[in-house]
Design a protein around this ligand. Structure first.
Ligand code: NDP
Ligand SMILES: O=C(O)C1=N[C@H](C(=O)O)C[C@H](O)C1
Length: 249
């Protein structure tokens, strides 16, 4: 058997970080070399092949730059990425040839498939809106998954030459129609008892299609995280979205 992949986890005490540490410890082809939290020196990842970041939107970009400087490949599940912050990582990678970064807003297979199906279906529907539902400890809204979903729908609508979705709203309470991501309305629910869920609503006169994905347990994200850890070393540059590792992109 080949050498195990050495993995460091940043945000190791968090809900996702702790789950990733346990998953890495149970994976026969991996070994956990570092658990890092707020204030720890990220240079400590130097012994690792791959670092996994599940922290907070305000910290993740700086972490990725520091991890690349430490010479490791990086897998990121943390949300809050923008075209600008992704661009700065792409630019950094030009100075770190051979390094790979995989950033995925959602590692659950059901969510990745729902986003793929939404993108496939979007061109056939006049209307499309996204509703994401999460646990109330989540610090960002809308979810990274909902942003990625809306961007995929918007791209498909543009490619199909569709204009704006019909909407006669003339007056509204602030927020009643949700946030608008790339022209697609996105609504965020925070509810005790939930983990991570999303509904994608597509409508035509007389019919609708609803795609729904439910993560009831953080274990649902682990096969995708471990897949990214295994693949990132063979994928130099920046990959955004697990769909590209599943041949769905
Ligand atoms: N891609 C995916 O499939 C998924 C993505 N997520 C995303 O992952 C992120 C984390 O979620 P979750 O685990 O629920 O959040 P938590 O708040 O439970 O965990 C975040 C952890 O990161 C730590 N942290 C904060 N800043 C730093 C830093 N600069 N360096 C190291 N550690 C730091 C926090 O420490 P402290 O509490 O001490 O501040 C905390 O332990 C979110 O952005 C979430 O949206 C979540 C689930 C799935
Ligand atoms: O904070 C969470 O819990 C989740 N965050 C990610 C997101 O914002 O899309 C992924 C998943 O929805 C769980």
């Amino acid at each position: 058997m080949s050498e195990p992949i050495r993995v460091a986890v940043v945000g190791a005490s968090g809900r996702m970080g702790a789950t990733v540490c346990a998953a890495v410890e149970h994976a026969e082809d991996m070994t956990l070399t570092a658990r890092l939290d707020v204030g720890d020196d990220l240079g400590a990842v130097r012994d690792a092949d791959v670092a996994v970041d599940f922290t907070v939107p305000s910290a993740t970009e700086a972490n990725v730059h520091a991890l690349l400087d430490a010479g490791v490949h990086v897998v990121v599940g943390t949300t809050g990425w923008t075209e600008e912050s992704l661009g700065r990582v792409r630019e950094h990678l030009t100075r770190a040839p051979g390094s790979g970064v995989v950033i995925a807003p959602n590692f659950a297979l059901s969510a990745v498939l729902a986003m793929t199906f939404a993108r496939q279906a979007a061109r056939y529907f006049e209307s499309a809106e996204v509703v994401e539902l999460h646990h109330p400890r989540k610090v960002d809204a809308p979810s990274g998954t909902a942003v990625h979903t809306a961007q995929g729908i918007a791209a498909a609508r543009r490619e199909a030459g569709l204009g704006p979705a019909p909407d006669a709203t003339e007056s509204q309470l602030d927020g009643a129609r949700g946030a608008v991501v790339d022209g697609v309305h996105v609504h965020a629910v925070r509810l005790q008892g939930l983990v991570a869920h999303e509904e994608i609503l597509l409508g035509n006169p007389g019919e609708s299609l609803t795609l729904r994905t439910d993560s009831y347990d953080r274990g649902s994200f682990m096969p995708g995280v471990l897949l990214a850890v295994r693949e990132v070393r063979q994928r130099p540059g920046l990959t955004v979205g697990l769909e590209h590792l599943l041949d769905l992109g």
